[in-house]
Design a protein around this ligand. Structure first.
Ligand code: NAP
Ligand code: ZN
Length: 349
């Protein structure tokens, strides 16, 4: 069916209105009327060809919340009217080892991204949530707790799970000193989750003016990363670092912050990290690691946890017509802390 969307047509142009086709419902498909979609920095990286040439036109958006409008004949998990979400993946092979373990994001055949994937078994290119509706297999649809604010829940589908998953994997627990590097969409969720897990949370930021806010989000301390003296004062003291910086950068000043045997996990920079100093790893048996979003089961656990503990994102709701301005503001780190598109603005246009 024909569906209104917003798309990038080249790396240099603004996003603009576009018409896409959604497939007819297959056996296991869920047809979702999109109410809100979060704006992730990955949307910008993709639309602007910063991660290689994408399949233009690109319809970004992988923090999708909406209502079920219809289901295919063999759908068992969802019914019309349910509040549901879709994150960064819409398909995987379902029979490799990672898929068997609920780690579909590491599928050996490659998971199918919610947008800009040319390998969907349904053919064509996948188009994301900057659109009126979407059709997704039920195994990649999440159930959204009805106890939380719908628009503020959208970023949980990417920013939420991408920070939740490493905090859980590295077993962050009560009393650990955890640093979250970069206070953006991912970072602010990292602070909230680490705090909820009982950690002593340090916000590590380039922006001194965000300090007070970081404390409101749950940070116990703020460390300004441009200040060498502050870095020195925290040397060798962290149990875990979650690094959300969206570009390649010098990781050495951050590695120096870790205790013996502890880990810094990169989730932001999907690009070369220049000049990692081996001595900083060797000298304290430190680990430098990475993590990609999270599996479907884990995403549902995170959403249920958010429902129980009333955890959502801090969002600024925009109309889709403001998306290009929102991208510019995100690049300047001028958003508290996630833009979310109200899809009524597209439907009514
Ligand atoms: P964002 O909202 O733009 O936040 C990034 C934050 O990093 C900024 O607010 C800023 O925080 C800090 N920062 C920006 N440029 C910096 C620089 N040059 N040096 C040091 N700090 C800098 O972005 P986001 O949506 O949270 O996404 C963060 C990154 O994660 C993006 O690259 C995105 O593509 C990636 N991502 C990865 C996954 C995954 O699965 N691993 C999933 C989703 C997104 P301060 O002002 O506090 O310094
Ligand atoms: Zn994302």
């Amino acid at each position: 069916m024909s569906t209104k969307a917003y798309a990038a047509f080249s790396e240099a142009e603004d996003l603009k209105p576009h018409q896409i086709q959604r497939r007819d419902l297959q056996d296991k498909d869920v047809f979702i009327d999109i109410e809100y979609c979060g704006v992730c920095h990955s949307d910008i990286h993709t639309a602007r060809a910063e991660w290689g040439q994408p399949h233009y036109p690109v319809v970004p958006g992988h923090e999708i919340i909406g209502r079920v409008l219809a289901v295919g004949p063999n759908v068992t998990k969802y019914k019309v009217g349910d509040l549901v979400g879709v994150g960064c993946m819409v398909e995987s092979c379902k029979h490799c080892n990672p898929c068997d373990e609920g780690l579909e994001q590491y599928c050996e055949s490659g998971m199918i991204g919610t947008y800009n994937s040319a390998k969907s078994k349904h053919g064509g290119i996948t188009y994301g949530g900057y659109s009126e509706n979407i059709v997704v297999e039920e195994d990649f649809v999440l159930s959204i707790p009805t106890t939380i604010d719908v628009k503020a829940a959208a970023p949980l589908l990417c920013a939420g799970i991408t920070t939740w998953s490493p905090l859980r994997h590295w077993n962050v627990k009560k009393g650990d000193k955890v640093g979250v590097i970069g206070l953006g969409g991912l970072g602010h969720m990292g602070v909230k989750f680490a705090k909820a897990m009982g950690a002593h949370v340090v916000m590590i930021t380039t922006s001194p003016e965000k300090g007070e806010d970081a404390k409101k989000l749950g940070a116990d301390e703020v460390l300004i990363s441009k200040d060498a003296l502050q870095l020195q004062a925290h040397a060798n003291s962290f149990d875990f670092l979650l690094n959300t910086i969206p570009v390649g950068h010098d990781v050495n000043p951050y590695l120096s912050l870790l205790k013996l045997d502890k880990t810094m996990c990169i989730v932001g920079a999907v690009e070369p990290l220049p000049g990692v100093h081996g001595g900083l790893l060797i000298g304290k048996r430190r680990h430098l690691a990475g993590s990609l979003i999270g599996g479907i089961k884990e995403t549902q656990e995170m959403l249920d946890f958010c429902g129980e503990h009333q955890i959502v994102s801090d969002v600024e709701v925009i109309n889709i017509q403001d998306i290009n301005n929102a991208y510019e503001r995100m690049i300047k780190s001028d958003v508290k802390y996630r833009f979310v598109i109200d899809m009524k603005s597209l439907k009514n246009s």
